[in-house]
Design a protein around this ligand. Structure first.
Ligand code: S3P
Length: 172
């Protein structure tokens, strides 16, 4: 059974919707950021601050390699996972990619009280979000299906994913 891999920018709902989806399907749920924190014994901001972004990306790539060997998982990825083509290749090999999008103002609203997104920095979050979205233009357009989570409830997003997977015969 293929893994269901959720991709998309920060604040698009990969973790919350992914957990619900896994619950509905009775499948194990893995959040790559949480798994990296567990493996390294450090929080994401600590990894970025102490070891740097390159180290974070290499932990992420190592984890993707391990997860791509497993089956039947729901995986919520970090927003930068798809920047590495090798990650994409591995995740696609054994999984179906579902992308989440949301308008910049929705993303801004969702991440505004979070202190654990080092790439958004300490300055104007909206500016950082706009810059990153521009830099990443098109990178999430590799999914089999895309859902704008700013326009639906979490439950509706889960329904939509299940509908799509059923239609593609990926749940049997
Ligand atoms: C990142 C997104 C974060 C986390 C890290 C880097 C990114 O995950 O992996 O801060 O490069 O977009 P979420 O997408 O779960 O916020």
């Amino acid at each position: 059974m293929k893994n269901i891999v959720l991709i998309g920018f920060m604040g698009t709902g990969k973790t919350t919707i992914g957990r619900r989806l896994a619950g509905r399907l009775g499948r194990p749920f893995i959040d790559t950021d949480a798994a990296i924190e567990e493996i390294t014994g450090k929080t994401i901001p600590q990894i970025f601050a102490r070891d740097g972004v390159i180290r974070f990306r290499s932990e992420e790539a190592l984890l993707v390699k391990k997860l791509a060997c497993r089956e039947g998982l729901v995986i919520a990825t970090g927003g930068g996972v798809v920047l590495n083509p090798e990650n994409v290749r591995l995740l696609k090999e054994n999984g179906v990619l579902i992308a989440f999008t949301a308008e910049p103002e929705v993303i801004c609203q969702r991440v505004k009280n979070l202190k654990d997104r080092p790439l958004l920095g300490k300055g104007d979050q909206r500016e950082a979000i706009d810059r990153l979205l521009k830099e990443r233009d098109g990178v999430y357009d590799i999914a089999a299906h895309t859902i704008n989570t700013g326009c639906c409830s979490q439950e509706q997003a889960v329904d939509e994913i299940i509908r799509f997977l059923n239609q593609e015969g990926l749940l049997t």
